[in-house]
Write a protein that binds this ligand. Structure first.
Ligand SMILES: [Zn+2]
Length: 102
């Protein structure tokens, strides 16, 4: 069925294979021995989807900061990393100029 293909391509917020590769490399470089501050283990899981931190006073789906949740696979402690800094998303300026997604 074509529906399943379209879903995989178009699911909003789902990380692409390229983004996953960049994120994994980024984590390995920035925190090769990064341990969870709660359980002190080193077992991180990338979320399947990115998340947007909504800016106060803006409509849902409007201006926001894209962040990637990285989850401790042992205790569930979750970190949010800015995807612009990670090189995974355009900056807020670029979002506002483009703004095509809304
Ligand atoms: Zn943990």
């Amino acid at each position: 069925m074509g529906d399943k293909e379209a879903e995989q391509k178009a699911e909003p917020g789902k990380l692409t294979a390229d983004q996953i590769a960049v994120a994994q490399k980024w984590i390995a470089e920035k925190g090769p021995d990064w341990r969870c501050p709660v359980c002190e283990r080193h077992q991180w899981i990338l979320a399947d989807h990115s998340v947007r931190l909504q800016v106060q006073g803006h409509a849902l789906g409007g201006l926001g900061y894209p962040v990637l949740p990285i989850i401790c696979g042992v205790c569930g402690n979750t970190f949010l990393f800015n995807m612009v800094v990670m090189g995974l998303e355009p900056s807020l300026d670029e979002q506002q100029k483009g703004g095509a997604n809304a």
